[in-house]
Design a protein around this ligand. Structure first.
Ligand SMILES: Nc1nc2c(c(=O)[nH]1)N[C@H]1C(S)=C(S)[C@@H](COP(=O)(O)OP(=O)(O)OC[C@H]3O[C@@H](n4cnc5c(N)ncnc54)[C@H](O)[C@@H]3O)O[C@H]1N2
Ligand code: MOO
Ligand code: MG
Length: 398
C-alpha cells in the first residue's frame, strides 16, 4: 500500500493552477499575492525626524555651544525648511523632514526651552542621532512583496504605503463539500435511533474558512444513480470536491466507482496509515477530488495532512515547513503503518513544544478532538516512541 509521503507527493504533483483576480486593498487580507510589489520611493523617502525635539548642526555643539536660539518649527507634513543661522535650532516633530543644514536631533526631554532659547541638559550627544536616514530600510525599486506572499497585516501595510489600491491575488477555488450516507440527517432534524446528524461537512467548511474559502455544503444518499447524477453536476460547477464517507469496503461505499464512472482519474485509493486508510484521491481536467473516509477523526486528519497543504500550494503559497514537538510520554503502536495520534500541545518555559497524547476511543470519537491541537505523525517502521523524542505535528484548529 502507498506510504503517507508518497500519497502526499502525488497530491502535490496534481496542484491546481488557479487564475488570478484583482481585489481592493481592503479586501485583500488572507489572500495570496500574484504580482510582485515594489517600493515606489525610498523607505523612508526622506531623512526623517525620529523624536520630537530640536534639530541642530552637530558642528556647533562640537564647538562648545549648549544654548541655541529657536528659529522656527518643522512639523510633520510641512515642506522641508532650512536652518539659516548657525547658533540656532529648529523645533522638529517626529515624522517631519529633517531641515536642511541640520544633522542632529535632541529630544525635548534633553533640553529646556525658555524665552526662545533651547539649552541642552545632557552630556552625551551623537552626530546624526534620532534621525531615520532616507533609504536605510529599502530603496526605490526594491521588491517588497514577492509573488506568493500571504497578505497579512504587515504586507497590507507595505502595499498601502506604496499606493496599491488594488492587488492581484489568486482567485479562490469553488469547493463543494459533500457528505454521503443514508444514516446522516440534517443538523436541524431529530435523528431516529439508527440515524446521526451529519457533522463532517460543517467541520470541513470551518477548516476552509481559515483559507478564506467559502465552500458549499451538499448531502447525497447511498444510491449509485443519485450519487452519479449529483456528483456530475457538482463536478461541472466546482474546481474541488471534498467528499466524506463511502470510500471503504461496505456494500454502500459507492464513491470510488461512481467517480471513476464520471471520468475522474483515480490517483490513489488507500494509504498505509491510521486513521484515514481508505482515503481516495483523483483528478479530472482542472478538477480535483478528495474522497475522505467518513469516520470523523479520519476526515479531520486527512483534511489537515493532505487537503489543506494541497489548497495552500494551489493558492500559490510556499509549502509550510514541517513542525515538530516532543512527546511528553512514551507511546507504543505496533501495526506497521504510519500512526497519527491526536495530541494536545503545550509550550514549555524552556522553549520546548510538548505533545501530550489524547488517544481517545478511535476514529469515530470526534469529541476527543475538542482538546486536540495537532496530529503527531509516527513512522510506520517503528513501534515504540520515547518520551522526549521529537516527531512531526500537523496542527489543526479545534
Ligand atoms: N471491512 C472494512 N471495513 C472498514 C474498513 C476496511 O478497511 N475494511 N475501513 C474502516 C475505516 S479505517 C474507516 S475510516 C471507515 C471509512 O468508511 P467510509 O469512508 O466508507 O465511510 P462510511 O462508511 O460512509 O462511514 C463511516 C462512519 O463515519 C460516519 N460518518 C460518515 N459521514 C459522516 C458525517 N458527515 N458526519 C458524521 N459522521 C459521518 C458514519 O456514520 C460511519 O459511522 O470504514 C471502516 N470500515
Ligand atoms: O480511517 Mo479509519 O479511522 O482508520 O477508522
Ligand atoms: Mg463505509
Amino acid at each position: 500500500m502507498l506510504s503517507v509521503a508518497d500519497a502526499f507527493a502525488i497530491t502535490q504533483q496534481h496542484r491546481l493552477t488557479l487564475p488570478t483576480e484583482t481585489v481592493s486593498l481592503t479586501n485583500a487580507s488572507g489572500r495570496v499575492l500574484r504580482e510582485a510589489v515594489h517600493a515606489d520611493r525610498d523607505f523612508p523617502p526622506f531623512d526623517r525626524v525620529a523624536m520630537d525635539g530640536i534639530a541642530i548642526r552637530f558642528a556647533d555643539y562640537e564647538a562648545g555651544q549648549q544654548t541655541f536660539r529657536v528659529a522656527g518649527m518643522q512639523r510633520a507634513g510641512q515642506p522641508q525648511q532650512t536652518l539659516n543661522d548657525s547658533n540656532a535650532c529648529l523645533e522638529v516633530m517626529t515624522g517631519a523632514m529633517l531641515p536642511i543644514a541640520t544633522d542632529t536631533v535632541i529630544r525635548y526631554e534633553d533640553v529646556t526651552i525658555t524665552d526662545g532659547q533651547a539649552t541642552i541638559t545632557i552630556e552625551d550627544i551623537q552626530t546624526g542621532q534620532h534621525i531615520h536616514p532616507r533609504a536605510t530600510d529599502r530603496r526605490a525599486g526594491n521588491e517588497l512583496l514577492p509573488i506568493g506572499t500571504l497578505l497579512g497585516p504587515s504586507a497590507i501595510a507595505v502595499a498601502a504605503s506604496v499606493g496599491q489600491t488594488t492587488l492581484t491575488v489568486t482567485a479562490l477555488p469553488r469547493v463543494a463539500l459533500i457528505s454521503t450516507g443514508d444514516e446522516l440527517v440534517d443538523v436541524a432534524d431529530t435523528p431516529l435511533p439508527y440515524q446521526i446528524r451529519r457533522s463532517n461537512t460543517y467541520m470541513l467548511r470551518a477548516a476552509l474558512a481559515s483559507l478564506g474559502i467559502e465552500a458549499t455544503l451538499h448531502h447525497i444518499i447511498d444510491d449509485e444513480a443519485v450519487l452519479a447524477n449529483r456528483l456530475a453536476i457538482l463536478l461541472a460547477d466546482n474546481e474541488i470536491l471534498i467528499l466524506s464517507g463511502g470510500v471503504s469496503a461496505g456494500k454502500a461505499d459507492f464513491v470510488p466507482s461512481v467517480l471513476a464512472q464520471l471520468g475522474v482519474q483515480k490517483q490513489f485509493h488507500k494509504v498505509d496509515q491510521r486513521p484515514g486508510k481508505p482515503i481516495w484521491f483523483g483528478t479530472a481536467s482542472d478538477k480535483t477530488v478528495f474522497a475522505l473516509p467518513g469516520n470523523p477523526v479520519s476526515t479531520v486528519l486527512c483534511m489537515y495532512r493532505y487537503v489543506m497543504p494541497y489548497l495552500q500550494t494551489s493558492l500559490g503559497l510556499a509549502p509550510t515547513p514541517t513542525r515538530y514537538a516532543q512527546l511528553s510520554e512514551s507511546v507504543v503502536f505496533k501495526p506497521n503503518v504510519t500512526y497519527f495520534l491526536s495530541v494536545h500541545l503545550t509550550s514549555e518555559p524552556d522553549g520546548r513544544m510538548l505533545a501530550h497524547p489524547l488517544p481517545g476511543s478511535g476514529s469515530a470519537d470526534f469529541a476527543n478532538l475538542l482538546a486536540a491541537d495537532a496530529f503527531m505523525e509516527f513512522p510506520a517502521e517503528r513501534s515504540e516512541f520515547g518520551a522526549g523524542e521529537a516527531f512531526p505535528v500537523w496542527e489543526t484548529l479545534r
